[in-house]
Design a protein around this ligand. Structure first.
Ligand SMILES: *Cc1c(COP(=O)(O)O)cnc(C)c1O
Length: 351
């Protein structure tokens, strides 16, 4: 620590979910997809000749931008790609939020936002979610330097309707609103349809969750060309080649296998609805989720106890500290038999 700068000493890094190796778990703690990536992705990566790895990848990852632009019917110049959406978020904070004004995000939200603010010296405010764990867009007013939230929100799974997001974006043309759509493919509605009318709206997505590619590290942003140009300026001041050749190849293939993608998402949605009903019938409180996870509160047992009990049963879920969320666990939706096993384990709780 002797050589650490004061700034490094002051950092409080993001704590990712556990990746334990001590035994085989039903691992439902980091919102990974339970299904493998598309066969087309495996083929594309195998087909990427190792000899080409001598060469730097395309710094613009043009092929991937084109695939994403075609998928969302936007211009190539409206797409930015990066090494996971965490990196795209980091570049976005640098490009749009370091403006001297505080930014805002909900008190219950993705904890990386706070980490980036601290890293980049951005001040922030955290308006509380409503009692129903919803975002009230009226809490985000003029004078801010930006707004960011996940939609559906994490770790609650609760979705903010597009009309409300549009109101927020229209009312506040002086700052950028970033909608982090990491979970949008599990039954929510994307804001990409709004970026054409709103130059201050940036939508960020990832291939980590709905396309089963957390290990490939690919995320992207869609917005007005000026926002994308700003992101490119930051990226090219930091790392010109954030996506390697294998990542570009695999990600392009993922966008070309629409039917497998839809099938996996549909199965996760079905399992989510099943688990929601099972938990509700046992008196758990479960806010309606449009994501690939549930945020569940037992009527009496606290979140930490529930987490530890499930871990002892070989089922890993996520417990997050925080005054309003400590009584919940976040359960990533898995395969049918995994969800059945979870419910069986919960039924034995306290016996
Ligand atoms: C998982 C997650 C991300 C990060 O995804 P990567 O693309 O794997 O970096 C971003 N935002 C939210 C809300 C997430 O849950």
């Amino acid at each position: 620590m002797k050589y650490w700068s004061p700034a490094t000493k002051a950092l409080a890094p993001y704590i990712p979910g556990e990746q334990l190796q001590d035994r085989q778990y039903i691992k439902r703690n980091t919102n990974e997809n339970p299904f493998p990536p598309s066969e087309a992705v495996a083929q594309a990566i195998h087909g990427c000749a190792p000899d080409t790895l001598r060469l730097y990848p395309d710094p613009e990852a043009r092929e991937l931008k084109e695939a994403i632009a075609a998928y969302y019917r936007v211009k190539d110049a409206q797409v930015f790609v990066g090494n996971g959406s965490d990196e795209v978020l980091g570049f976005s904070f640098l490009a749009f939020f370091r403006n001297g004004r505080p930014i805002a995000f909900p008190d219950i939200s993705y904890s990386f936002y706070q980490v980036y603010c601290d890293l980049f010296g951005i001040s922030y405010q955290c308006p509380p979610l409503t009692d129903r764990y919803e975002i009230d867009v009226n809490d985000y007013q003029a004078g801010l330097g930006g707004v960011i939230f996940p939609n559906p929100n994490a770790p609650t799974g609760v979705f903010t309707p597009l009309a409300e997001i549009e109101t927020l974006v229209r009312r506040n043309p002086e700052f950028v609103v970033i909608v982090d759509e990491a979970y949008v493919d599990f039954g929510a509605e994307s804001c990409v349809s709004l970026v054409g009318q709103h130059p201050n709206l940036l939508v960020i997505q990832t291939l980590s969750k709905s396309r089963s590619l957390a290990g490939l590290r690919v995320g992207f942003a869609i917005g007005h060309e000026d926002l994308i140009a700003g992101l490119n300026r930051v990226k090219n001041s930091f790392n010109s080649y954030p996506l390697d050749r294998l990542a570009i190849c695999g990600a392009v293939a993922a966008f070309h296998d629409q039917s497998y993608f839809e099938e996996c998402c549909a199965r996760i949605i079905r399992n989510r609805e099943w688990l929601t009903a099972e938990l509700e019938s046992r008196s758990y409180f479960v806010p309606a989720s449009r994501a690939n996870f549930l945020f569940a509160r037992h009527p009496v047992v606290n979140g930490e106890t529930l987490y530890s009990y499930l871990k002892s049963e070989g089922i890993l879920v996520r417990h997050l500290a925080g005054p309003r969320i400590k009584d919940f666990v976040r359960i990533t939706i898995g395969k049918e038999h995994e969800m059945q096993r979870l419910v069986e384990a919960l039924d034995c709780l306290g016996r």
